[in-house]
Design a protein around this ligand. Sequence first.
Ligand SMILES: Cc1ncc(COP(=O)(O)O)c(C=O)c1O
Length: 455
Amino acid sequence: MKTPIVDFVKRYAESDISRFHMPGHKGKAHLGCEALDITEIDGADVLYSACGIIEKSEEYTSSLFHSAHTFYSAEGSSLVIKAMLGIIKSTKKDGERPIILAARNVHKAFIYACALLDLDVEWLFPKHFTHLCTCNLTKEDVKNAICRMSRKPDAVYLTSPDYLGQVQDIRGISEVCRTYDIPLLVDNAHGAYLAFLEENRHPLALGASMCSDSAHKTLPVLTGGAYLHIAKDAPKTFLSQARTMLSLFASTSPSYLILQSLDLCNAYLANGYGKKLADCIEKVESIKKMLDEKGIFYEKSEPLKLVLNAKRCGYTGEELARYLRERKMEIEFSDPDFAVLMFTPENDEKDFTRLENALASLPKREPFREEKPLPIPNVQTALSVRDAVFSPKKTVPVEDAVGKVCASPLVSCPPAVPIVMSGEVITKEAVAWFAHYETALVEIVDGLSNDMILK
Ligand SMILES: Cc1ncc(COP(=O)(O)O)c(C=O)c1O
Protein backbone atom coordinates (compact mmCIF):
# COMPACT_ATOMS: atom_id res chain seq x y z
CA MET A 1 0.00 0.00 0.00
CA LYS A 2 1.33 3.44 -0.96
CA THR A 3 1.93 6.31 1.46
CA PRO A 4 1.51 9.49 -0.62
CA ILE A 5 1.54 11.97 2.30
CA VAL A 6 4.61 10.47 3.95
CA ASP A 7 6.44 10.33 0.59
CA PHE A 8 5.62 13.95 -0.27
CA VAL A 9 6.76 15.32 3.10
CA LYS A 10 9.93 13.21 3.10
CA ARG A 11 10.89 14.53 -0.36
CA TYR A 12 10.15 18.07 0.78
CA ALA A 13 12.16 17.72 4.00
CA GLU A 14 15.15 16.41 2.03
CA SER A 15 14.91 19.02 -0.73
CA ASP A 16 16.95 21.89 0.81
CA ILE A 17 14.10 24.34 0.13
CA SER A 18 14.03 27.58 2.16
CA ARG A 19 10.71 27.70 4.02
CA PHE A 20 9.02 31.09 3.75
CA HIS A 21 5.77 29.65 5.10
CA MET A 22 4.28 28.49 8.37
CA PRO A 23 5.05 26.88 10.85
CA GLY A 24 7.48 29.28 12.48
CA HIS A 25 10.13 26.65 13.27
CA LYS A 26 10.98 26.52 9.51
CA GLY A 27 11.78 22.84 9.81
CA LYS A 28 14.66 23.39 12.28
CA ALA A 29 14.84 20.78 15.03
CA HIS A 30 13.62 21.78 18.48
CA LEU A 31 11.63 18.70 19.46
CA GLY A 32 13.20 16.79 16.61
CA CYS A 33 10.15 16.25 14.39
CA GLU A 34 9.97 19.77 12.88
CA ALA A 35 11.44 18.91 9.46
CA LEU A 36 8.36 16.76 8.84
CA ASP A 37 5.91 19.31 10.21
CA ILE A 38 4.61 21.30 7.24
CA THR A 39 1.51 23.24 6.31
CA GLU A 40 -0.75 23.16 3.24
CA ILE A 41 1.97 24.18 0.74
CA ASP A 42 1.81 23.59 -3.01
CA GLY A 43 1.35 19.86 -3.63
CA ALA A 44 0.50 19.04 0.00
CA ASP A 45 -3.28 19.12 -0.66
CA VAL A 46 -5.87 20.71 1.67
CA LEU A 47 -7.50 18.46 4.26
CA TYR A 48 -11.09 19.64 3.95
CA SER A 49 -11.00 20.21 0.15
CA ALA A 50 -8.78 17.22 -0.53
CA CYS A 51 -8.13 16.35 -4.17
CA GLY A 52 -4.46 15.27 -4.11
CA ILE A 53 -2.23 13.27 -1.78
CA ILE A 54 -4.65 13.44 1.16
CA GLU A 55 -7.59 12.26 -0.93
CA LYS A 56 -5.44 9.43 -2.33
CA SER A 57 -4.36 8.39 1.17
CA GLU A 58 -7.98 8.50 2.41
CA GLU A 59 -8.95 6.26 -0.53
CA TYR A 60 -6.46 3.64 0.67
CA THR A 61 -7.99 3.83 4.15
CA SER A 62 -11.47 3.52 2.63
CA SER A 63 -10.46 0.29 0.91
CA LEU A 64 -9.04 -1.11 4.16
CA PHE A 65 -12.25 -0.35 6.09
CA HIS A 66 -14.64 -1.09 3.17
CA SER A 67 -16.25 2.34 3.47
CA ALA A 68 -17.69 4.55 0.70
CA HIS A 69 -15.11 7.04 1.92
CA THR A 70 -13.04 7.52 5.06
CA PHE A 71 -12.16 11.10 5.98
CA TYR A 72 -9.18 11.99 8.16
CA SER A 73 -9.38 14.03 11.34
CA ALA A 74 -6.29 15.46 12.98
CA GLU A 75 -8.44 16.41 15.99
CA GLY A 76 -9.65 13.08 17.26
CA SER A 77 -13.09 11.54 17.39
CA SER A 78 -14.16 14.66 19.28
CA LEU A 79 -14.16 16.44 15.90
CA VAL A 80 -15.65 13.48 14.01
CA ILE A 81 -18.59 13.15 16.43
CA LYS A 82 -19.49 16.81 15.86
CA ALA A 83 -19.18 16.31 12.10
CA MET A 84 -21.39 13.17 12.10
CA LEU A 85 -24.15 15.05 13.93
CA GLY A 86 -23.64 18.08 11.68
CA ILE A 87 -24.20 15.81 8.68
CA ILE A 88 -27.49 14.60 10.20
CA LYS A 89 -28.59 18.19 10.82
CA SER A 90 -27.70 19.16 7.25
CA THR A 91 -30.14 16.56 5.89
CA LYS A 92 -33.14 18.22 7.58
CA LYS A 93 -35.07 20.17 4.96
CA ASP A 94 -38.01 21.44 6.97
CA GLY A 95 -36.11 23.53 9.53
CA GLU A 96 -37.29 21.18 12.30
CA ARG A 97 -34.82 20.60 15.15
CA PRO A 98 -33.23 17.19 14.70
CA ILE A 99 -33.75 14.64 17.44
CA ILE A 100 -31.22 11.92 18.18
CA LEU A 101 -32.04 8.68 20.00
CA ALA A 102 -28.85 8.07 21.97
CA ALA A 103 -27.61 5.46 24.40
CA ARG A 104 -26.90 7.30 27.65
CA ASN A 105 -23.15 6.52 27.93
CA VAL A 106 -22.07 9.26 25.50
CA HIS A 107 -18.68 10.93 25.56
CA LYS A 108 -18.94 14.65 26.32
CA ALA A 109 -18.08 15.47 22.67
CA PHE A 110 -21.64 14.35 21.88
CA ILE A 111 -23.10 16.84 24.35
CA TYR A 112 -20.97 19.66 22.98
CA ALA A 113 -22.11 18.74 19.45
CA CYS A 114 -25.75 18.92 20.62
CA ALA A 115 -25.07 22.36 22.10
CA LEU A 116 -23.33 23.68 18.99
CA LEU A 117 -25.88 22.23 16.55
CA ASP A 118 -28.94 22.70 18.79
CA LEU A 119 -30.05 19.08 18.72
CA ASP A 120 -32.63 17.39 20.91
CA VAL A 121 -31.83 14.06 22.49
CA GLU A 122 -34.05 11.17 23.57
CA TRP A 123 -32.00 9.00 25.93
CA LEU A 124 -31.87 5.22 25.94
CA PHE A 125 -31.13 3.76 29.38
CA PRO A 126 -30.08 0.18 30.08
CA LYS A 127 -32.43 -2.10 32.05
CA HIS A 128 -29.72 -2.61 34.68
CA PHE A 129 -27.10 -0.02 35.50
CA THR A 130 -23.67 -1.49 35.98
CA HIS A 131 -21.43 1.50 35.36
CA LEU A 132 -21.56 5.08 34.13
CA CYS A 133 -19.62 4.12 30.99
CA THR A 134 -21.86 1.21 29.99
CA CYS A 135 -25.35 1.14 28.52
CA ASN A 136 -26.09 -2.37 27.29
CA LEU A 137 -29.13 -2.43 25.02
CA THR A 138 -30.97 -5.02 23.00
CA LYS A 139 -32.41 -4.42 19.57
CA GLU A 140 -35.87 -4.64 21.17
CA ASP A 141 -34.95 -1.77 23.53
CA VAL A 142 -34.12 0.38 20.50
CA LYS A 143 -37.22 -0.72 18.57
CA ASN A 144 -39.51 0.00 21.53
CA ALA A 145 -37.94 3.42 22.04
CA ILE A 146 -38.40 4.33 18.37
CA CYS A 147 -42.06 3.24 18.53
CA ARG A 148 -42.66 5.27 21.72
CA MET A 149 -41.26 8.51 20.29
CA SER A 150 -43.74 11.10 19.07
CA ARG A 151 -41.54 11.83 16.04
CA LYS A 152 -39.12 9.58 14.24
CA PRO A 153 -35.53 10.15 15.38
CA ASP A 154 -33.14 11.53 12.78
CA ALA A 155 -30.44 9.12 13.93
CA VAL A 156 -29.73 6.43 16.49
CA TYR A 157 -26.40 7.00 18.26
CA LEU A 158 -24.40 4.34 20.12
CA THR A 159 -21.04 4.22 21.84
CA SER A 160 -19.46 0.85 21.13
CA PRO A 161 -17.04 -0.38 22.39
CA ASP A 162 -17.32 1.69 25.54
CA TYR A 163 -14.55 2.57 27.98
CA LEU A 164 -15.05 -0.75 29.77
CA GLY A 165 -14.84 -2.73 26.54
CA GLN A 166 -18.56 -3.55 26.34
CA VAL A 167 -19.85 -3.93 22.80
CA GLN A 168 -23.40 -3.26 21.61
CA ASP A 169 -25.38 -5.57 19.31
CA ILE A 170 -24.63 -3.37 16.30
CA ARG A 171 -25.90 -5.94 13.79
CA GLY A 172 -29.26 -6.36 15.50
CA ILE A 173 -29.72 -2.64 16.20
CA SER A 174 -28.72 -1.69 12.65
CA GLU A 175 -31.43 -4.05 11.32
CA VAL A 176 -33.99 -2.22 13.45
CA CYS A 177 -32.69 1.13 12.19
CA ARG A 178 -32.98 -0.08 8.59
CA THR A 179 -36.59 -1.15 9.13
CA TYR A 180 -37.43 2.40 10.17
CA ASP A 181 -35.04 4.03 7.69
CA ILE A 182 -33.02 5.71 10.44
CA PRO A 183 -29.22 6.08 10.12
CA LEU A 184 -27.17 4.40 12.82
CA LEU A 185 -24.15 6.41 14.02
CA VAL A 186 -21.52 4.68 16.14
CA ASP A 187 -18.90 6.28 18.34
CA ASN A 188 -16.32 3.57 17.67
CA ALA A 189 -13.49 5.61 19.22
CA HIS A 190 -12.17 2.45 20.91
CA GLY A 191 -12.70 0.05 18.01
CA ALA A 192 -10.74 0.96 14.85
CA TYR A 193 -8.95 -2.39 15.09
CA LEU A 194 -12.21 -4.39 14.97
CA ALA A 195 -12.09 -4.33 11.14
CA PHE A 196 -8.98 -6.54 11.24
CA LEU A 197 -10.19 -9.39 13.44
CA GLU A 198 -10.47 -12.74 11.72
CA GLU A 199 -14.17 -11.97 11.43
CA ASN A 200 -14.61 -8.24 10.76
CA ARG A 201 -16.47 -6.82 13.82
CA HIS A 202 -16.19 -3.15 12.86
CA PRO A 203 -19.55 -1.34 13.22
CA LEU A 204 -19.43 -0.43 9.52
CA ALA A 205 -19.32 -4.13 8.63
CA LEU A 206 -22.27 -4.75 10.98
CA GLY A 207 -24.56 -2.16 9.43
CA ALA A 208 -23.71 1.29 10.84
CA SER A 209 -24.17 4.26 8.47
CA MET A 210 -21.35 6.38 9.93
CA CYS A 211 -18.64 5.75 12.51
CA SER A 212 -15.99 7.74 14.27
CA ASP A 213 -12.78 5.84 15.08
CA SER A 214 -9.98 7.29 17.17
CA ALA A 215 -7.22 5.62 15.13
CA HIS A 216 -4.80 6.86 17.80
CA LYS A 217 -6.45 4.80 20.56
CA THR A 218 -5.88 1.30 19.18
CA LEU A 219 -3.64 1.68 16.09
CA PRO A 220 -0.07 2.99 15.90
CA VAL A 221 -1.16 6.56 15.11
CA LEU A 222 -0.15 9.84 16.77
CA THR A 223 -2.60 11.27 19.30
CA GLY A 224 -5.37 13.14 17.47
CA GLY A 225 -5.49 10.93 14.36
CA ALA A 226 -9.05 9.72 13.72
CA TYR A 227 -11.39 8.55 10.95
CA LEU A 228 -14.88 9.47 9.84
CA HIS A 229 -16.18 6.43 7.95
CA ILE A 230 -19.25 6.67 5.72
CA ALA A 231 -20.90 3.38 4.77
CA LYS A 232 -21.32 2.37 1.15
CA ASP A 233 -25.09 2.30 1.47
CA ALA A 234 -25.41 5.58 3.43
CA PRO A 235 -27.34 8.43 1.77
CA LYS A 236 -25.21 10.28 -0.79
CA THR A 237 -25.64 13.57 1.10
CA PHE A 238 -23.58 12.11 3.98
CA LEU A 239 -20.62 11.94 1.61
CA SER A 240 -21.18 15.34 0.05
CA GLN A 241 -21.61 17.08 3.42
CA ALA A 242 -18.74 15.38 5.25
CA ARG A 243 -15.84 17.74 4.46
CA THR A 244 -17.97 20.84 5.07
CA MET A 245 -19.13 19.51 8.43
CA LEU A 246 -15.60 18.51 9.48
CA SER A 247 -14.28 21.94 8.54
CA LEU A 248 -17.09 23.65 10.45
CA PHE A 249 -15.49 22.54 13.72
CA ALA A 250 -11.86 21.94 12.75
CA SER A 251 -8.72 24.03 12.70
CA THR A 252 -7.57 25.31 9.31
CA SER A 253 -4.07 24.19 10.30
CA PRO A 254 -4.25 20.41 10.55
CA SER A 255 -1.12 18.70 11.82
CA TYR A 256 0.78 17.07 8.95
CA LEU A 257 2.58 14.93 11.51
CA ILE A 258 -0.79 13.38 12.38
CA LEU A 259 -1.77 13.12 8.69
CA GLN A 260 1.50 11.32 7.91
CA SER A 261 0.88 9.02 10.83
CA LEU A 262 -2.59 8.14 9.47
CA ASP A 263 -1.07 7.67 6.01
CA LEU A 264 1.67 5.36 7.30
CA CYS A 265 -0.90 3.39 9.27
CA ASN A 266 -2.48 2.26 5.97
CA ALA A 267 0.73 0.47 5.04
CA TYR A 268 0.95 -0.98 8.56
CA LEU A 269 -2.62 -2.31 8.34
CA ALA A 270 -2.13 -3.72 4.84
CA ASN A 271 1.08 -5.58 5.73
CA GLY A 272 0.33 -8.41 8.13
CA TYR A 273 -1.56 -6.45 10.79
CA GLY A 274 -4.31 -9.12 11.02
CA LYS A 275 -1.74 -11.72 12.11
CA LYS A 276 -0.06 -9.34 14.59
CA LEU A 277 -3.48 -8.52 16.05
CA ALA A 278 -4.39 -12.21 16.39
CA ASP A 279 -1.07 -12.89 18.16
CA CYS A 280 -1.63 -9.98 20.54
CA ILE A 281 -5.16 -11.18 21.35
CA GLU A 282 -3.79 -14.65 22.06
CA LYS A 283 -1.35 -13.16 24.58
CA VAL A 284 -4.14 -11.20 26.28
CA GLU A 285 -6.25 -14.38 26.36
CA SER A 286 -3.39 -16.24 27.99
CA ILE A 287 -3.19 -13.59 30.73
CA LYS A 288 -6.94 -13.88 31.24
CA LYS A 289 -6.58 -17.67 31.56
CA MET A 290 -3.94 -17.18 34.25
CA LEU A 291 -6.32 -14.78 36.05
CA ASP A 292 -9.08 -17.42 35.92
CA GLU A 293 -6.73 -19.92 37.54
CA LYS A 294 -5.68 -17.45 40.24
CA GLY A 295 -9.25 -16.32 40.96
CA ILE A 296 -8.62 -12.72 39.87
CA PHE A 297 -11.83 -11.21 38.52
CA TYR A 298 -12.18 -9.36 35.24
CA GLU A 299 -15.08 -8.38 33.00
CA LYS A 300 -15.98 -9.91 29.66
CA SER A 301 -14.87 -7.32 27.10
CA GLU A 302 -13.66 -6.67 23.57
CA PRO A 303 -10.37 -8.49 23.02
CA LEU A 304 -7.88 -5.60 23.34
CA LYS A 305 -9.00 -4.61 26.85
CA LEU A 306 -8.47 -6.15 30.23
CA VAL A 307 -11.02 -4.75 32.67
CA LEU A 308 -10.09 -5.88 36.17
CA ASN A 309 -13.05 -6.02 38.53
CA ALA A 310 -11.13 -4.43 41.38
CA LYS A 311 -13.85 -4.60 44.02
CA ARG A 312 -14.37 -8.33 43.55
CA CYS A 313 -10.61 -8.71 44.10
CA GLY A 314 -10.82 -6.68 47.33
CA TYR A 315 -9.19 -3.56 45.87
CA THR A 316 -10.33 -0.28 44.38
CA GLY A 317 -9.44 0.36 40.76
CA GLU A 318 -7.10 3.15 41.89
CA GLU A 319 -5.29 0.72 44.24
CA LEU A 320 -4.74 -1.72 41.39
CA ALA A 321 -3.49 1.12 39.17
CA ARG A 322 -1.02 2.10 41.92
CA TYR A 323 0.07 -1.52 42.39
CA LEU A 324 0.87 -1.77 38.66
CA ARG A 325 2.49 1.69 38.56
CA GLU A 326 4.88 0.63 41.32
CA ARG A 327 5.88 -2.24 39.02
CA LYS A 328 6.54 0.05 36.04
CA MET A 329 3.16 -0.16 34.30
CA GLU A 330 0.77 2.71 33.61
CA ILE A 331 -2.80 1.77 32.80
CA GLU A 332 -5.52 3.54 30.79
CA PHE A 333 -8.18 4.14 33.41
CA SER A 334 -9.17 3.36 36.97
CA ASP A 335 -12.07 4.31 39.20
CA PRO A 336 -13.49 2.94 42.45
CA ASP A 337 -14.73 -0.23 40.67
CA PHE A 338 -12.45 -1.07 37.76
CA ALA A 339 -8.92 -0.89 36.38
CA VAL A 340 -8.76 -0.85 32.57
CA LEU A 341 -5.73 -1.87 30.53
CA MET A 342 -5.49 -1.45 26.76
CA PHE A 343 -3.25 -3.61 24.56
CA THR A 344 -2.04 -3.44 20.96
CA PRO A 345 0.48 -5.49 18.98
CA GLU A 346 2.94 -2.70 19.83
CA ASN A 347 3.12 -4.04 23.40
CA ASP A 348 6.25 -6.17 23.50
CA GLU A 349 7.18 -9.33 25.38
CA LYS A 350 8.58 -7.30 28.28
CA ASP A 351 5.20 -5.58 28.76
CA PHE A 352 3.32 -8.89 28.84
CA THR A 353 5.85 -10.56 31.15
CA ARG A 354 5.75 -7.64 33.60
CA LEU A 355 1.98 -7.70 33.70
CA GLU A 356 1.72 -11.44 34.04
CA ASN A 357 4.25 -11.50 36.90
CA ALA A 358 2.61 -8.60 38.70
CA LEU A 359 -0.92 -10.01 38.47
CA ALA A 360 0.21 -13.53 39.33
CA SER A 361 1.64 -12.20 42.61
CA LEU A 362 -1.23 -9.83 43.46
CA PRO A 363 -1.89 -10.41 47.18
CA LYS A 364 -5.23 -12.15 47.72
CA ARG A 365 -7.89 -10.16 49.55
CA GLU A 366 -11.47 -10.70 50.54
CA PRO A 367 -13.86 -9.15 47.99
CA PHE A 368 -15.63 -5.95 49.01
CA ARG A 369 -19.13 -6.60 50.23
CA GLU A 370 -21.78 -6.13 47.49
CA GLU A 371 -22.88 -2.52 47.61
CA LYS A 372 -26.44 -1.44 46.98
CA PRO A 373 -26.76 -0.66 43.26
CA LEU A 374 -26.84 3.03 42.43
CA PRO A 375 -30.40 4.38 42.22
CA ILE A 376 -31.84 4.71 38.71
CA PRO A 377 -31.72 8.41 37.85
CA ASN A 378 -35.06 10.00 37.16
CA VAL A 379 -34.30 12.29 34.25
CA GLN A 380 -36.13 15.58 34.14
CA THR A 381 -35.19 17.98 31.37
CA ALA A 382 -35.52 21.68 32.15
CA LEU A 383 -33.62 23.31 29.27
CA SER A 384 -32.31 22.24 25.88
CA VAL A 385 -28.65 21.19 25.90
CA ARG A 386 -27.80 24.34 23.93
CA ASP A 387 -29.62 26.74 26.28
CA ALA A 388 -27.98 25.11 29.30
CA VAL A 389 -24.44 25.10 27.87
CA PHE A 390 -24.65 28.73 26.74
CA SER A 391 -26.30 30.00 29.95
CA PRO A 392 -24.64 31.97 32.75
CA LYS A 393 -23.37 29.39 35.21
CA LYS A 394 -21.73 28.87 38.55
CA THR A 395 -19.84 26.00 40.13
CA VAL A 396 -21.27 24.57 43.38
CA PRO A 397 -20.68 21.50 45.56
CA VAL A 398 -22.92 18.66 44.29
CA GLU A 399 -24.84 18.41 47.60
CA ASP A 400 -26.04 22.01 47.08
CA ALA A 401 -27.15 21.33 43.51
CA VAL A 402 -30.29 19.23 44.10
CA GLY A 403 -33.19 20.76 42.15
CA LYS A 404 -30.84 22.95 40.09
CA VAL A 405 -30.26 22.63 36.35
CA CYS A 406 -26.95 21.19 35.16
CA ALA A 407 -25.13 23.65 32.89
CA SER A 408 -22.26 21.64 31.58
CA PRO A 409 -20.89 18.18 32.19
CA LEU A 410 -17.91 18.75 34.47
CA VAL A 411 -16.27 15.43 33.75
CA SER A 412 -12.64 14.66 33.40
CA CYS A 413 -11.12 12.55 30.66
CA PRO A 414 -11.05 9.57 30.92
CA PRO A 415 -13.84 8.56 30.77
CA ALA A 416 -15.54 11.92 30.03
CA VAL A 417 -19.01 10.37 30.29
CA PRO A 418 -21.38 12.83 32.02
CA ILE A 419 -23.53 11.76 34.97
CA VAL A 420 -26.13 14.49 34.44
CA MET A 421 -26.50 16.06 31.02
CA SER A 422 -26.65 19.80 30.34
CA GLY A 423 -30.22 21.03 30.82
CA GLU A 424 -31.27 18.24 33.22
CA VAL A 425 -32.41 18.82 36.79
CA ILE A 426 -29.94 17.43 39.33
CA THR A 427 -31.79 14.93 41.50
CA LYS A 428 -30.95 13.27 44.83
CA GLU A 429 -30.22 10.04 42.91
CA ALA A 430 -27.75 11.90 40.70
CA VAL A 431 -25.95 13.18 43.80
CA ALA A 432 -25.44 9.55 44.84
CA TRP A 433 -23.81 8.92 41.45
CA PHE A 434 -21.57 12.00 41.81
CA ALA A 435 -20.50 10.75 45.25
CA HIS A 436 -19.79 7.25 43.92
CA TYR A 437 -17.61 8.62 41.12
CA GLU A 438 -15.93 11.07 43.51
CA THR A 439 -17.11 14.18 41.68
CA ALA A 440 -17.33 17.03 44.18
CA LEU A 441 -18.37 20.00 42.03
CA VAL A 442 -20.98 20.61 39.37
CA GLU A 443 -21.70 23.55 37.10
CA ILE A 444 -25.30 24.75 37.35
CA VAL A 445 -27.32 27.28 35.38
CA ASP A 446 -27.27 30.56 37.29
CA GLY A 447 -30.34 32.77 37.63
CA LEU A 448 -32.85 30.47 35.94
CA SER A 449 -36.39 31.81 36.02
CA ASN A 450 -39.41 29.50 35.77
CA ASP A 451 -40.49 30.78 32.36
CA MET A 452 -37.17 29.58 30.88
CA ILE A 453 -37.93 25.98 31.82
CA LEU A 454 -39.14 23.66 29.04
CA LYS A 455 -42.70 22.49 29.49
C1 LIG B 1 -16.00 6.69 23.89
C2 LIG B 1 -15.20 7.86 23.44
N1 LIG B 1 -15.66 8.63 22.44
C3 LIG B 1 -14.99 9.69 21.97
C4 LIG B 1 -13.78 10.06 22.53
C5 LIG B 1 -13.05 11.25 22.00
O1 LIG B 1 -12.00 10.78 21.22
P1 LIG B 1 -10.71 11.65 20.86
O2 LIG B 1 -9.85 11.65 22.09
O3 LIG B 1 -10.11 10.90 19.72
O4 LIG B 1 -11.17 13.01 20.48
C6 LIG B 1 -13.26 9.30 23.60
C7 LIG B 1 -11.99 9.68 24.22
O5 LIG B 1 -11.52 9.12 25.15
C8 LIG B 1 -13.98 8.17 24.05
O6 LIG B 1 -13.52 7.41 25.07
